[in-house]
Design a binder for this molecule. Structure first.
Ligand SMILES: C[S@@+](CC[C@H](N)C(=O)[O-])C[C@H]1O[C@@H](n2cnc3c(N)ncnc32)[C@H](O)[C@@H]1O
Length: 270
């Protein structure tokens, strides 16, 4: 197993603690309190009915998707390393009149903090780059699934991650698709992905995982892959100059549709 670097997780915790109140403003929270749904049509189709299911939502951030899961009748437990995110999640959930259990934890400490088995582990949209050990991640997910349980993952495609943010000047790789396991440190001062004017004050670190890493961690855990889908659009404005059509963001012009930008993965316990 790779060595845990607690400094990296502390850096990311501080980063997400800073962003929680920013995203309270930029995530459309008032609309969500008034009933807006955050799960897109792909998730709706691939997840199926959730009523009555026990759902473990990993990296739930400010709970916006946890709320959408709970509104479908799921019994949801949300987990996040950021105390400030969980605080905001609790406030929004209360404003929605829902009951969701939230827990502040690094997911790698979850085995000591959370007992019980779940019908679904749900984790989506900006989760894997924050994790330094996918082998352990997959083992942990399997340990929380009951024998009929399943994992649902929606994530940015690792190929898309390697390109620079401004694709108007062409697709220039700014990092290697392959990784030696060393995280990339993002300095302070970059704009936030969801708030139009906010410049992030704290650094963060992200790991680049290949499809090879993702598949082999899941296979090694003993989970069984049920589906894997790639899509030529994504759930947020990954590159400057993307355009939103319907629910998703697309590359404009002749490069539209040429490469995968996000994927979904569904696995069963065994
Ligand atoms: C992009 S957000 C989650 C995506 C979610 N779909 C959203 O946008 O609301 C990433 C979340 O992962 C959490 N996170 C990062 N590293 C973590 C870790 N090691 N354990 C638990 N949560 C972690 C962060 O605190 C943050 O809330």
């Amino acid at each position: 197993m790779k060595k845990r670097n607690t400094d990296h997780y502390q850096m990311n915790k501080d980063h997400w603690d800073e962003l929680a109140p920013v995203h309270r403003e930029s995530y459309g929270v008032e609309d969500i309190i008034n009933g807006a749904d955050t799960l897109d049509s792909i998730q709706n189709r691939e997840l199926g009915p959730l009523k009555g299911l026990k759902v473990l939502h990993l990296q739930c951030h400010i709970g916006t998707d946890s709320i959408s899961l709970a509104r479908r009748g799921a019994d949801v437990t949300g987990v996040d390393i950021s105390q400030e995110s969980i605080k905001v999640a609790g406030e929004i959930t209360q404003a929605c009149g829902l009951k969701i259990d939230y827990l502040v934890s690094n997911i790698y400490d979850l085995g000591e903090k959370l007992k019980g088995k779940y019908d679904l582990v749900y984790t989506t949209q900006g989760v894997l780059p924050w994790l330094g050990d996918l082998t352990k991640w997959a083992e942990l997910i399997k340990s929380f699934l009951n024998t009929e349980g399943r994992l649902y993952l929606m994530e940015t495609h690792p190929l898309a991650n390697i390109f620079q943010a401004d694709i108007n000047s062409g697709f220039t790789p700014e990092m290697n698709y392959f990784s030696n396991g060393t995280p990339k440190i993002w300095p302070a001062g970059d704009p936030d992905y969801s708030h139009p004017t906010y410049k992030v004050r704290s650094p963060s670190c992200e790991w680049q995982w290949t499809l090879d890493d993702i598949f082999n961690s899941v296979i090694a855990s003993g989970m069984r892959i049920g589906f894997f889908h790639e899509y030529p659009f994504t759930f947020y404005k990954l590159f400057d100059g993307m355009e939103k059509r319907g629910e998703y963001y697309y590359i404009k012009g002749q490069s539209d549709g040429v490469m995968p930008l996000m994927f979904t993965l569904g696995c069963s316990h065994s």
